[in-house]
Design a protein around this ligand. Sequence first.
Ligand SMILES: [Zn+2]
Length: 402
Amino acid sequence: MPLRYRYRLYPTKPQRQALARAFGCARVVYNDAVAARRAAYDDGAKYPSSTTLSRQFITEAKRTPERAWLAGVSAIVLQQAVRDCDAAYTRFFDAVKTRGGRFVGHPRFKSRKDNRQAIRLTRNGFSVRDDGRLALARIGDVAVRWSRDLPSPPSSVTVIRDRAGRYFASFVVEVEEQPLPAATNDDGSEAERALDLGLYHFAVDQHGVPIDNPRCLRRAERRLKKAQRAVSRKQRGSRNRAKARQRLARAHARVGDARSAFLHELTTHLVRENQAIYIEDLAVRGLSRGRNAKSVNDAAWGRFRALLEEKAARCGRTVVAVGRFEPTTQRCSVCGGLHGPTDEGARKWTCPGCGSRHDRDTNAARNILALGRRERLNARGADVRPPDPGAVGREAGSVTPA
Ligand SMILES: [Zn+2]
């Protein structure tokens, strides 16, 4: 299975200039390809192939005075830019085809002002030197901090400059699966964890145990808010504003690092301790929540799920994201009635159907557990259906799953 390994890069000043040129050229070729495909899409014309676009926007463009500077960077970088555009369109078309799937917009143009600048190089465009430097075509030998060993020779590398001005190399490597021994409880049963992801706690499990964001992340987030306020107070176009923006970028980077470290640690722990982990499909859930909460948490939750699924696949564990449109918060996990609170504020509630006293998040996690178990059994092709806490409410016709 392919995995990403990321390392910090320390390019010299000339290398940074060469990288800036490469980012710029890759962006221009990518945007030319997007423009050509948008035009074809709007005209209902045939979708131009990567080969056609490569010829038009790389080979032939280099011969024109307007695009002659493309010759200054590695052709591999430019070809990958066309391929990236292709991949973006494949995702777009797939999303259009899948009804009810996550909304994916038309691939957009890239800008010089984007927070993340990147180029991609394939096998023949890079190599690792004996002295540990990373040789990049037309850029040079760049110093790398090898924070961990690469498990196998990488098939491609993406060189990234983030908004804080840091450089990274992200390698795609093929990794062998490493199944872990079965995770069991003290009584010998399979260890399982169901998580209700939330805003107050990062998550709460079926036993009511909360998982919180670590203090260092909360502190970094507070600093980020301060840095944001500082920028808005400074006069536009002033030197002080530019400085405040730099500080803001660094604060953003620190929040990203802290969150990433937390999510890595958490997912590793969850996968090691549990045979199956059940979560909620978040694509729809995000829509039901407030605007501001959505943007911040969707990113973290999306990354959490991706890391969890990646590690689980590698270790022979199961992750089930239970279906959309399941009212996990409103349904009583004891009697199955749809009696729960509809407003996000109420943390505790008593079910009028059966009199059970519930913590909102724990109750949701228990519903996720039941739904996840059922989906997992169905996926295995088992005939047996475990008791479904939701069956009562559904038979009564109170909810029609889409
Ligand atoms: Zn009840």
